[in-house]
Write a protein that binds this ligand. Structure first.
Ligand code: ATP
Length: 306
């Protein structure tokens, strides 16, 4: 039992991390609802997308001046490529996505999309170009079809269904007695986190944005659901500039670049193989997560045998 205690302790830590980031995402959407105090510049121009290269150039950021959150962050996600951001809770991962979406302005440096400083763009055009798949999707109290079509209100039924297929959620929907007409949300059918996330992915596939921000789900999913979600995410990110806020290291293996964030600094960067070979922080995080997974499997085996 002692052998599995340590990893269990780590699982507790992971759980607390998840709760915190859920709260943060809620906060993020609170900002959407209430409207941030960022205003368009008088001469703001619409974003002209040309592939969707995202560049952070010596970015500094704080929520309050006495507490720097991001310190001189520079990286580029080339058009169509995927960058994953990993790091402990509070490292500043979600902050990166909030300032790219321009909920806040940077304190120093610049964020560019295809060479255009996002402070000179209309927020409407900026946000239209970025699809967000949050880890905890809030669905409208309406039908599943409505919730998917929200990504593109003029989409045909065939297009909605095709998006659901790519998001690995069509079969689930088709088996419901009322199919796409099933009511969901607070007053409707309760869906699991994995189902809700796949509906959010279908919505994003319909929206067809050049840039994607994925805040990966962290809740313990069964391996089948995890595979489905991974397949859906692979579909949605294919050919789009993608930034993944990653909690599960198993899903960052294929990223073109992984950034390891620690207290607002990038302390390591590279591909999975390069970072594993380096034997630093990423390697340690990987080892710890493996131990946690093994502990979970042992627990499941124990429960099955008992
Ligand atoms: P997690 O993995 O838990 O989601 P994270 O790496 O995404 O963490 P951020 O959400 O970016 O971390 O937060 C970075 C730091 O900024 C944290 O210390 C957090 O407490 C702080 N912070 C986040 N949002 C705000 C806010 N609205 N006002 C003040 N401080 C904030």
């Amino acid at each position: 039992l002692i052998q599995i205690y340590q990893p269990l302790n780590f699982l507790g830590f992971v759980y607390r991390e998840i709760k915190q980031s859920l709260t943060d995402m809620e906060k993020m959407f609170e900002v959407i609802r209430t409207g941030a105090d960022i205003e368009d510049a008088p001469d703001a121009k619409p974003l002209a997308v040309n592939g969707g290269t995202v560049t952070f150039e010596n970015v500094f950021f704080h929520y309050s001046p006495d507490r720097p959150i991001l310190k001189d962050i520079s990286f580029t996600v080339p058009a169509g490529k995927t960058t994953a951001v990993v790091g402990a809770s509070g490292a500043g991962k979600s902050t990166l996505s909030r300032i790219l979406f321009r909920f806040y302005d940077v304190a120093g440096g610049r964020i560019l999309i295809d060479g255009q400083d996002i402070r000179g763009l209309t927020q409407k055009s900026l946000r239209r170009a970025i699809g967000v798949v949050p880890q905890d999707t809030v669905l409208f109290n309406d039908t599943i079809g409505y919730n998917i079509r929200y990504g593109r209100p003029d989409a045909t039924e065939e297009q909605v269904e095709e998006a659901a297929r790519l998001a690995q959620v069509h079969r689930f929907i088709a088996e419901l007695p009322e199919g796409y007409e099933t009511s969901v949300g607070e007053r409707g059918l309760k869906l699991s986190g994995g189902e809700k996330q796949r509906i959010a992915i279908a919505r994003t596939i319909l929206k067809n944005p050049p840039i994607l921000l994925l805040d990966e789900a962290t809740s313990a999913l069964d391996s089948h659901t995890e595979r489905d979600i991974q397949a859906a995410l692979d579909h949605v990110s294919h050919g789009r500039t993608t930034i993944v806020i990653a909690h599960r290291l198993s899903t960052v293996v294929g990223a073109d670049e992984i950034l390891v964030l620690d207290k607002g600094d990038i302390i390591e960067r590279g591909t999975h193989d390069a970072l594993m070979a380096k034997g630093g922080r990423y390697h340690d995080m990987w080892q710890k997560q493996q131990e946690a997974t093994e502990a979970r499997e042992k627990l499941v085996a124990l429960a099955d045998s008992g």
